[in-house]
Design a protein around this ligand. Structure first.
Ligand code: THU
Length: 140
């Protein structure tokens, strides 16, 4: 596995968070997803007046990456907090994002949930989504 520059991923997640479109919740999230190719794809949450079409930052990053041809990932950094506030607790990926990431990252994807560049918690996706349902379940 390539070396994971946690500081850089967290920095890029904070940068992406600036773009979050959140007129309804005012909760802004940024994510930076490291592909096995070495490229990093960022994403923010994008809300919608219809509420349910809202897309989380993690899935924005994932869909950008997959639509550019990436299929395998090593790590994702996530930062989130209310508009104008600093992070008091870390933002973990929602259940839908855990499932979406599992498809391409599997158990080993490193999930870095950060308050700042120095203060973060990391877990594998397997720890966050035990017994995850993925492509292997549908293989013969
Ligand atoms: N949100 C994310 O972008 N990622 C998460 O992991 C948690 C929730 C967004 C969705 C919505 O725009 C706002 O945060 C409040 O739920």
């Amino acid at each position: 596995m390539q070396k994971i520059d946690r500081e850089e991923l967290i920095r890029l997640a904070f940068e992406a968070r600036e773009k979050a479109y959140t007129p309804y919740s005012h909760f802004k999230v940024g994510a930076a997803l490291l592909a096995k190719s070495g490229k990093i794809y960022t994403g923010c949450n994008i809300e919608n007046a219809g509420y349910t079409p809202t897309n989380c930052a993690e899935r924005t990053a994932l869909f950008k990456a997959v639509s550019e041809g990436e299929r395998q990932f090593d790590a994702i950094a996530i930062v989130g907090s209310m508009e104008g506030k600093t992070n008091e607790i870390v933002t973990g990926p929602c259940g839908v994002c855990r499932q979406a990431l599992y498809e391409f990252g599997g158990d080993d994807l490193l999930v870095i949930m950060a308050k700042s560049k120095e203060d973060y918690i990391e877990r594998t996706l397997g720890e966050l989504l035990p017994f995850g349902f993925g492509p292997a379940n549908l293989a013969e």
